[in-house]
Design a protein around this ligand. Structure first.
Ligand code: ADP
Length: 558
């Protein structure tokens, strides 16, 4: 802008200067021309008087250098000329000034030389005898004047140019300076130029609007941040070029990204090819999802395009934790496979034995043995199905089951009594000790816990071993303890025996009618009662399993 103003001022100044010089020269030239003309007229009048009085004698010995005097007869013939040989001069009748003098008494005219550098000015006066006296003078033309003045003009022009440049530079700077130092934070406080007032008012109004919109945006951003920060799900907003606009803390944790990732490509945070494909699908305007292992869990990634005017202007990426769901699905798959496998074995045995008997392939005396096997396998099958049903019920939850205050002591005592015949048959001593201890729970589930623990203690015991069952109340707990002097559980299996169908010795378990589901039922049922299970076991030395029921639950749901 400074340059433009500087240039404009220079052009204006020089144009005005040149125009003024031209005008001034013109006026000056005109003035001096007029002065010369009136002098010429005066001289003509004087000479005319002299010629009228003295005739040809007036011209004799006349010495004029500045003027040229010509005397012209009535017929136009030149009678005298101060510069040329008048005898050879042509007739002057047609000359403008002569014709005018003859008709009006005085005549004037001027003629330019061929080079246009000089001009002859003529003044003619008619004498009383009808002859005409003419005086002429040579004048410089305006062009000559200009050419003659060229040197001083150039010097003045150079001085004016220099002055114009300095002044133009200062002026331009002076004009632009206040514009450069405008206080745009408070536009209305600037009063340098009145012409800028409307513009400054508009800027102030727009700043006000921008501030208001900024405030609204900030508020919305804060609300959005507050919502997304608290979310356990990850949320990432990307623009159409897949650059991160926003990422909530959950997503940062999952991608292992820092706050500075905003403004970078998401693919620089996670280079997974699948993620790249997922985002590409969303970029193409389609909703897409995939499963991904992140931060030790399984996450479902949902990518949805954000459309504006039918064009994808961004992508919303949601990260949902499906670790539990995946685990449950996995367990369900494994459970189904295990169930079919577990059911197949007794069914095959039953089918095989029945077929042999039906085909008459079994001797009469072997039939009771086969029948026993069929009976035992059927029993195991029934137990298996019952356990599966029980577990399925527990998986469904405890809704519909009756919660009540139960004396765990008498429940354990009853179970021990019921197991006495089996224990005796195995040569194992089983005893119970305990006092009334109320647990708030579901009777069938508590029975399952006690029964499975006691049944295992008998099943996995040595001949002539013993089982001690006790229920005792501690400060905040009721503790059921089942201790046996049995085979014990190796340390490496202790963690896993509560898994479904997990057995330390599969064939031994099957032999004694185990289903592999007893401890899973115990674990599940205990969990539903907020009870903790503790296991102490030494191989060959016996096993003690303690189930600690919290007392705070007691009586609370009455
Ligand atoms: P099972 O029907 O086979 O007894 P459980 O789920 O009740 O299934 O037990 C799982 C496994 O844990 C058993 O197969 C057995 O190997 C082991 N186990 C359970 N209780 C005891 C115990 N008291 N002593 C030794 N091993 C045991």
């Amino acid at each position: 802008m400074t340059k433009r103003i500087f240039k404009s001022i220079c052009i204006v100044a020089l144009s005005v200067f040149l125009f003024s010089i031209g005008l001034f020269m013109g006026v000056l030239y005109d003035y001096f021309s007029n002065v010369q003309r009136s002098q010429l007229r005066m001289q003509t009048n004087l000479a005319a008087q002299g010629a009228a009085n003295e005739g040809m004698r007036y011209f004799e010995g006349l010495d004029v250098t500045d003027y040229r005097i010509t005397w012209i007869g009535m017929d136009g013939a030149v009678l005298y000329d101060s510069r040329s040989d008048f005898a050879e001069m042509e007739n002057h009748m047609e000359r403008e000034e002569i014709r005018q003098a003859l008709s009006e008494g005085i005549g004037e005219s001027s003629r330019y030389s061929i080079t246009l550098l000089e001009r002859a000015v003529y003044c003619a006066r008619r004498l009383p005898d009808g002859t005409v006296l003419r005086l002429s003078i040579t004048q410089n033309t305006l062009l000559t004047l200009i050419l003659g003045m060229m040197q001083p003009i150039c010097i003045i022009f150079a001085a004016a140019l220099g002055m114009s440049l300095i002044l133009a530079f200062r002026l331009a700077k002076g004009i632009v300076e206040p514009l450069n130092t405008l206080n745009l934070d408070e536009p209305l406080k600037n009063d340098e130029y009145d012409e800028l007032k409307p513009l400054l008012k508009r800027i102030a109004a727009q700043q006000c609007q921008i501030r208001r919109q900024g405030e609204e945006l900030r508020q919305k951003q804060n609300e959005f941040d507050a919502v997304t920060t608290g979310m356990t799900e990850g949320i990432v907003l990307l623009n159409e070029k897949k650059i991160i606009l926003s990422m909530n803390p959950a997503a940062m944790r999952l991608f292992g990204a820092a706050r500075s990732c905003v403004g970078k490509y998401l693919l620089s945070v996670n280079r997974s090819l699948e993620l790249q494909e997922l985002l590409q699908k969303a970029s193409d305007g389609k909703h897409a999802e995939m499963l991904m292992e992140l931060a030790g869990g399984t996450y479902q990634l949902d990518a949805s395009p954000v459309l504006s005017e039918n064009l994808v202007s961004g992508i919303v990426l949601l990260l949902l934790d499906v670790t539990e769901k995946e685990k449950v699905d996995q367990m369900r798959r494994e459970f189904t496979a295990n169930v079919s496998h577990e059911l197949k074995t007794p069914l095959h045995t039953i089918l095989g034995s029945a077929e042999l008997i039906a085909d008459g392939m079994v001797k009469q005396e072997d039939i009771p043995g086969f029948s026993k096997r069929i009976y035992a396998e059927t029993q195991r099958l029934i137990r298996l199905v019952e356990d599966i049903i029980r577990l399925s019920c527990l998986d469904e939850g405890v809704e519909g089951m009756k919660w009540e205050n139960i004396d765990l002591s008498s429940l354990a005592d009853e179970t021990v009594q019921a197991l006495l015949p089996e224990a005796e048959a195995a040569g194992i001593q089983i005893n119970f000790c305990g006092e009334t201890a109320i647990v708030y729970g579901i009777r069938q589930l508590l029975q399952s816990i006690v029964f499975n623990l006691c049944d295992n203690a008998v099943k996995y015991n040595h001949k002539a071993g013993s089982v001690s069952v006790s229920v005792e109340g501690e400060k905040n707990n009721v503790i059921l303890s089942v201790a046996d002097t049995g085979i014990g559980i190796p340390v490496e299996h202790q963690e896993r025996i509560f898994e479904r169908f997990y057995r330390v010795d599969k064939s031994h378990s099957k032999e004694i009618g185990g289903t592999g589901l007893g401890l899973s039922i115990v674990k599940h049922a205990a969990k539903l009662h907020d009870a903790e299970i503790e296991l102490y076991s030494v191989v060959g030395g016996g096993t003690t399993i303690r189930v600690c029921f919290p007392v705070y639950k007691n009586f609370t749901k009455l």
